[in-house]
Write a protein that binds this ligand. Structure first.
Ligand code: SAH
Ligand code: SF4
Ligand code: F3S
Length: 385
């Protein structure tokens, strides 16, 4: 792990951060930027001008990791004059393996260690050693209070970290750790402070917001509290899980003008057999009932979803069930993914037996269907105006 001494002596250094993955990572990159700005670093938006390049990475699908490996590959095989850091989910997934596979990398920092990012950077800038931080600890809440948001009107606010759901295909519980909730008082303070600096639109973030609880405050209570903060014009949240989303949530959405009438409710498959093997904890029937409740309570509510095609043992019949679910529910938007096995997960032990060309065909077919539905819904909307 020994590296050449870097020719860095004096701060401030210029940092470029590139973000891959979900909104949680978008927020984490802001957190890192806020922490580094407080330490006197400068942010730049192109890698050529930077002394330090940090890749905030995603491990959710093979494809997501491939993109990062190819990006790192562009820096060559040997230590160079820039500090290169891999942070986030892939850092946690591979830990020191990253240094072996890509000796050009100086820092590997998992999601729970980003509170130490300035320390690691200082070390990497001064010493010969590659720096690794990949503990599974709770983050310090002060990292969320730097006041740095990319957007002047909108803020992502984390309410929970990690996930305990262990869907059989999903790497998130392994890279983000067990479920931890932020104290509601601290969430409210972050939101109030953001509003105080001009933000008027908030997105609350968690892998499953419906699981939120802190000192008897559940997610619906938290939503009511946040929506009551003066100055908020728009409030939304990501992601809801069908297994524990409650009617009460829909009522609060309907009753509270500032809450966007928009729900992201990932279904993943239209086959009960596949849902069971995915460990999702609901049936297609239960999902459809929930959608009916939502649409009955939240007038004109928008609905989006995630779907995986090509999960192990997904037959043509299973896939047809997904097609008919999509036809029946008529989502406003659907994010469709081809299954890829992820390390440590339960499904990684199953044979990845759906051929790549079959996954590709199912993906294309579903995408085409969803495009038609999205288009016709948009057209209907503009006619109704
Ligand atoms: N916590 C959220 C989002 C998790 S990741 C939720 O539960 O909905 C975002 C999406 O990536 C998932 O909803 C799923 O559709 C997809 N995904 C996760 N793991 C995958 C894998 N191994 N292969 C393909 N898609 C995957
Ligand atoms: Fe992954 Fe399931 Fe947790 Fe979502 S709820 S992050 S899909 S384990
Ligand atoms: Fe998000 Fe990817 Fe990590 S989806 S939680 S950045 S594995």
């Amino acid at each position: 792990m020994t590296k050449e001494v870097k020719a860095y002596k004096n701060l401030p250094k210029k940092v470029y951060i590139r973000t891959f993955g979900c909104q949680m990572n978008v927020r984490d990159s802001e957190v890192v930027k806020g922490l580094l700005l407080a330490e006197g670093y400068k942010l730049v938006d192109d890698d050529a001008a930077a002394d330090v390049i940090l890749y905030n990475t995603c491990s959710v699908r093979q494809h997501a990791e491939d993109k990062v490996w190819s990006q790192i590959g562009k820096h060559g095989n040997h230590p160079n004059n820039k500090i290169i850091g891999v942070i986030g989910c892939m850092a946690q997934n591979y830990k020191k393996e990253i240094f072996k596979r890509a000796p050009v990398v100086d820092i590997v920092c998992g999601p729970s260690n980003i509170d130490n990012i300035a320390l690691y950077l200082g070390q990497a800038l001064r010493s010969k050693e590659a720096v690794l931080g990949a503990d599974e600890k709770k983050r310090k809440d002060n990292i969320y209070h730097t006041g740095f948001y990319e957007d002047k009107d909108h803020a992502y606010v984390v309410i929970s970290e990690g996930c305990d759901n262990f869907c059989s295909y999903c790497v998130v519980p392994y890279v983000r750790g067990r479920l931890r909730h932020r104290e509601h008082g601290k969430i409210l303070k972050e939101v109030s402070d953001a509003v105080g600096q001009g933000v008027n639109s908030i997105t609350l973030l968690g892998q499953n917001v419906s699981s939120y609880v802190d000192s008897g405050i559940d997610f619906t209570e938290l939503l009511k509290m946040v929506s009551g903060i003066p100055g908020i014009k728009s409030l939304t949240f990501l992601t809801s899980h069908p297994k524990n989303t409650k009617q009460e949530l829909f009522r609060i959405m309907a009753q509270t003008p500032v809450i966007k009438k928009q729900l992201h409710l990932p279904v993943q498959s239209g086959s009960d057999k596949v849902l069971k093997a995915m460990n999702r904890g609901y049936t297609v029937k239960k999902y459809i009932e929930m959608v009916d409740q939502y649409r009955g309570i939240v007038y004109n509510g928008k609905l989006s979803t995630d779907i995986i095609v090509g999960f192990p043992k997904e037959t043509e019949k299973d896939f047809e069930k997904t097609l008919s679910l999509v036809r029946e529910v008529r989502f406003d938007a659907a994010y469709i993914f081809k299954y890829s096995p992820r390390p440590n997960t339960k499904a990684a032990a199953y044979e990845d037996d759906v051929l790549p060309e079959t996954k590709q065909r199912r993906h294309a077919e579903l995408l085409k269907l969803q495009k038609e539905i999205s288009r016709s819904k948009l057209e209907a909307q503009s006619v109704g105006r």
